[in-house]
Design a protein around this ligand. Structure first.
Ligand code: TXA
Ligand code: MG
Length: 345
């Protein structure tokens, strides 16, 4: 069902009315991908609690890395039920939401958002868009909606339904056409997890307005500047992936050493399997028995965490990983596996 919906050859264009919103919500709840307008850019929405649907987002965009995605909520209460809100976060939300500001905060322990949506991080970017149709959709879905910009990786963010179809027709179930986006650049991304707030991406909410409310904001990231240039010149998005903390080389390293491309496994190792599992491992997690890369992507971060815990519990020496083909979502999976196996810094 999910597969069929997400890969339907024909992408429906849904009208900005009650029936269109209801249909878009039903598709999202069924695990399909639906693009929808926000005040910033069109987002490629997926049920953020459905890891498989989230994996389909990366596949549809042909994104070579699992960048963390922003989760969208109908109001601040819904967002702060899933992340730990600080005082600063509440003040910013009161002033800027609904609006083009995304806040990076720690996930709550019971946060239902799939780890893949946050690219395996313990933090999550949340936002409440200032767009009546988007808010109606989010209320109707009743679950967080993960949504990167609705374009293919390497292309410019879409601000009309036509742009969305130019890049993604046939790869997503539907686009909810709510007309042109008013802001046209993505939301400002502000990290509230460190000692002081730090700007990860300049965007629709100005730093001046943010600083007027909460005082100085760190802008030390070397990538923030590149990102600013990117926004100014409207060059292709997704090329500057290093801005995200999720993409620092050793970020995902589990405690247990990771050994890639294993063609045999020992009894004192855990095995991350892809396809028919190698025999003899001390613990096994199956990414996809059917060698389905979308399923494997959806399971990746859960599997690494599970085996890391199993290795500690059982006294295993490390995690052996079976080869994953280097095409489609396999590129992103291997990118993440290489980071997990990289020397620790
Ligand atoms: O305006 C927008 O924000 C649009 C609309 C659709 O809402 N969405 C959007 O999403 O631009 P996306 O996926 O293209 O950009 C998300 C960016 C990531 O590249 C990353 O820099 C940052 O937000 N981000 C998301 N989660 C993060 C996290 N947990 N920690 C740090 N940065 C994060
Ligand atoms: Mg984007």
């Amino acid at each position: 069902m999910t597969q069929t919906l997400a890969h339907s050859a024909i992408t429906q264009t849904l009208a900005d009315d009650q029936a269109g919103v209801a249909r878009a919500a039903a598709l999202l709840r069924a695990g399909a991908l639906v693009a929808f307008g926000t005040e910033t850019v069109y987002g490629l929405g997926a049920d953020a609690t459905n890891a498989r649907a989230v994996a389909e987002v990366f596949a549809a965009k042909r994104r070579p890395h699992f960048n963390p995605l922003i989760c969208h909520y109908p109001d601040a209460d819904a967002a702060f039920a899933q992340v730990e809100a600080t005082d600063t976060a509440r003040r910013l939300a009161a002033a800027f939401w609904p609006g083009p500001l995304s806040l990076v905060l720690p996930r709550r322990p019971d946060c239902p958002v799939a780890l893949l949506a946050g690219a395996g991080l313990q933090t999550l970017a949340v936002r409440v868009p200032a767009h009546a149709t988007a808010l109606a959709l989010l209320r109707a879905v009743g679950r967080p909606v993960a949504a990167p910009s609705a374009n293919r990786s390497g292309q410019i963010s879409p601000t009309t339904a036509r742009h969305v179809l130019d890049g993604l027709a046939g790869r997503i179930a539907a686009v909810l056409d709510s007309g042109p986006c008013l802001v046209g650049v993505e939301s400002t991304v502000l990290d509230l997890c460190g000692d002081r707030p730090s700007l990860l991406r300049p965007g629709g909410a100005t730093v001046e307005a943010i600083e007027a409310l909460i005082g100085p904001v760190g802008r030390g990231s070397p990538h923030a500047e590149a990102e600013a240039a990117r926004t100014r010149h409207a060059v292709a998005e997704d090329q500057l992936t290093l801005r995200s903390p999720g993409l620092q080389v050793s970020h995902y390293a589990p405690d247990a050493p990771v050994r890639l491309n294993a063609d045999a496994v020992r009894s004192d190792e855990a095995l991350l399997a892809f396809g028919a599992p190698l025999q003899g491992a001390g613990a096994v997690f199956q990414l996809s028995a059917a060698c389905d890369l979308t399923e494997a992507a959806a399971n990746l971060f859960v599997g690494l965490r599970h085996l890391d815990a199993e290795a500690a519990r059982l006294g295993l020496i490390g995690i052996a990983v079976m080869p994953v083909p280097e095409h489609g979502l396999g590129l992103a999976i291997n990118d993440r596996l290489h980071r997990a196996a990289a020397p620790r810094i």
